[in-house]
Design a protein around this ligand. Structure first.
Ligand SMILES: Cc1cc2nc3c(=O)[nH]c(=O)nc-3n(C[C@H](O)[C@H](O)[C@H](O)COP(=O)(O)OP(=O)(O)OC[C@H]3O[C@@H](n4cnc5c(N)ncnc54)[C@H](O)[C@@H]3O)c2cc1C
Length: 510
């Protein structure tokens, strides 16, 4: 902290012990313990956690790195696996684009990015060349071959990666880690909230522990939103006009082969939404995210069971309601909402825990800035809101670009005119074959996703002029088979995924 920055709060009370609560507790204890901050977390034993949320982005890797927790120290305890990216089958019906893969990028991908962009720009000029990102990115082949994204250092190659994990076990792991570093853990239910005369939160009342007071409060109460929403009355802004899905049904299934483990999430389109398939070391997590305006619970469960070939009623399904949108202000008075209490964008790109991390980072940065802490609030809220809305835009694009006609849901999603100005601009420039890279760079700072992610989704869904003309020698397209061959040659540096996670369980470090 700078000399003229405010002192860290003396007492912080986190209400809620889901993944968001424990990530926040671990991080604050790590960063603020040296400043004497006392961190307490209270969670209810009668109100459960949401218990889903098994996919992440590479930001999660930075989370564990920042806390000094190696992969082998936590992954085996959380049945965790490596994630190279996300595959999106059945969103598009266009030939050659029925499925595409959204990889995590690294510097090592620069050549592939150039080759991909080159073919994309030819295809935009209506030349018949391959422009599906799958052909160009090594990460796609690493995932396809069920390898771990941990190349032999001798390859000189680096790939970024994320994780899949059991949502309950990761909370338990972080609880043990955080309490060992001084976080006080209380199991009780908040029944009412006290406020000072000026409206700040003073404390929370509980049946077993009386009133618990603090200087700062973190609302991690999930969709219940006890502090920021119900007590401070911060308005909730729904994303319903952009994103129709408001329900999910989840079901576990066994792995097909205990000796082989996928290293990707599959997010495949179904009739009224999409289904995730997430490999853990001991099972798959599956779920169907859908819109209740188009489908009821029973029909959704039937469709998911049929999709999974799992008619067995003995495996219970979990039905979940989703509040999709965000608070108008994440930080209000002496309270910051983090996790589902703060907002939720449907889990298509597994961004929720990334937003948790972003919010904690911004909050800590605000205390490190010079001046009065209340002067940091507006800027903090603006940054968080921008990240939320820009992720919403990227998720919206999946629906806008779909080319399915099998149900009114997909037609309505495609015809949804409720696009932000940013999305409209991206689509307009793409469709006229303009300089999208320049446009995305122009919008930089307002976009959560990289230019290559935008290119991947637009090209991966096959949004190109129809009836392309044959490529000739003058077009100098990149031969997709050559690009693939180059990737496949590099695969010899990547270990088998199952063997890699087994080795972690025996203490090997990644
Ligand atoms: C269908 C679905 C799929 C998802 N998939 C992903 C994914 O792939 N990747 C991803 O990053 N995220 C995903 N998420 C989001 C992810 O599950 C959450 O962001 C994450 O679990 C954090 O939840 P949370 O801690 O905010 O809330 P919760 O897990 O709901 O925890 C709330 C906590 O608040 C406590 N609480 C509530 N009221 C009180 C009270 N009055 N007194 C005391 N305690 C109280 C509860 O006891 C609980 O401990 C998904 C969410 C859904 C719905």
């Amino acid at each position: 902290m700078l000399e003229n920055s405010p002192p860290a709060p003396a007492r912080v009370l986190i209400v809620g012990g889901g993944t968001a609560g424990w990530m926040t507790a671990a991080w604050l204890a790590h960063v603020w313990a040296a400043h004497g901050t006392r961190v307490t977390l209270i969670e209810s034993d009668t109100i459960g956690i949401v218990g889903v949320g098994e996919g992440s982005t590479p930001k999660m890797r930075r989370f564990f790195q920042a806390l000094g927790i190696a992969d082998h120290a936590w992954m085996p305890q959380c049945n965790a696996t490596y994630k190279c990216g996300i595959r999106f089958p059945h969103w598009s019906t266009r030939a050659g684009y029925e499925s595409y893969y959204h990889p995590f990028f690294t510097q090592s991908d620069n050549d592939s990015v150039r080759a991909f962009h080159h073919n994309v720009s030819l295809r935009q000029q209506n030349v018949d060349v391959t422009a599906n990102p799958d052909w160009f990115f090594l990460s796609n082949w690493v995932a396809k071959k069920r390898c771990a994204p941990l190349p032999d250092p001798r390859s000189g190659y680096a790939v970024d990666y994320a994780y899949h994990f059991d949502a309950r076990l990761i909370g338990e792991f972080l609880r043990t880690w955080a309490t060992a570093r001084g976080v006080t853990h209380i199991v009780d239910t908040v029944t009412s909230v006290q406020q000072h005369e000026n409206g700040d939160i003073a404390g929370v009342s509980t049946p077993k522990n009386g009133v618990l007071s603090a200087d700062y409060f973190i609302d991690c109460t999930g969709f219940a939103n006890v502090l920021a929403g119900k007590t401070l009355g911060v308005p909730f802004l729904s994303y319903r006009p952009w994103l129709f899905n408001d329900r999910a049904v989840a079901l576990p299934t066994p792995l097909e082969d205990p000796n082989s483990l996928p290293s990707e999430t599959v997010s495949g389109a179904l009739k009224y939404g999409w289904a995730w398939k997430i490999p853990l070391t001991n099972r798959y997590g599956n779920g169907y995210v859908y819109a209740s305006d188009f489908l009821d619970e029973a029909a959704a469960e039937r469709e998911l069971r049929a999709h999974l070939k799992l008619p067995d009623e003995n495996v219970a399904a979990r039905h979940l309601k989703m509040r999709v949108g965000r608070l108008a202000r994440t930080w209000e008075r002496n309270c910051v909402a983090i996790g589902l209490a703060q907002g939720f964008i449907e889990p298509l790109e597994a961004t929720a825990l990334m937003l948790v991390q972003d919010t904690i980072e911004q909050f800590i940065a605000a205390w490190a800035a010079p001046g009065e802490i209340q002067d940091q609030r507006a800027g903090f809220n603006q940054k968080v809101n921008l990240i939320y809305d820009s992720i919403r835009d990227y998720i919206f694009m999946h629906y806008k670009l779909n080319s399915r006609d099998d149900t009114p849901y997909w037609v309505a999603a495609r015809e949804n005119a409720h696009a932000s100005d940013s999305v409209r601009q991206v689509l307009a420039i793409w469709d006229e074959g303009g300089d999208l890279l320049a446009e995305i760079r122009r919008q930089q700072g307002q976009m959560a996703y990289s230019p290559t992610s935008w290119f991947c989704i637009l090209a991966g869904m096959g949004r190109f002029p129809r009836k392309p003309r044959r490529a000739t020698g003058k077009h100098q397209a990149v031969d997709p088979n050559a690009a693939r061959k180059q990737c496949l040659e590099l695969l010899r540096y990547f270990p088998d995924h199952r063997l890699s996670v087994n080795a972690l369980a025996h203490g090997a470090s990644a």
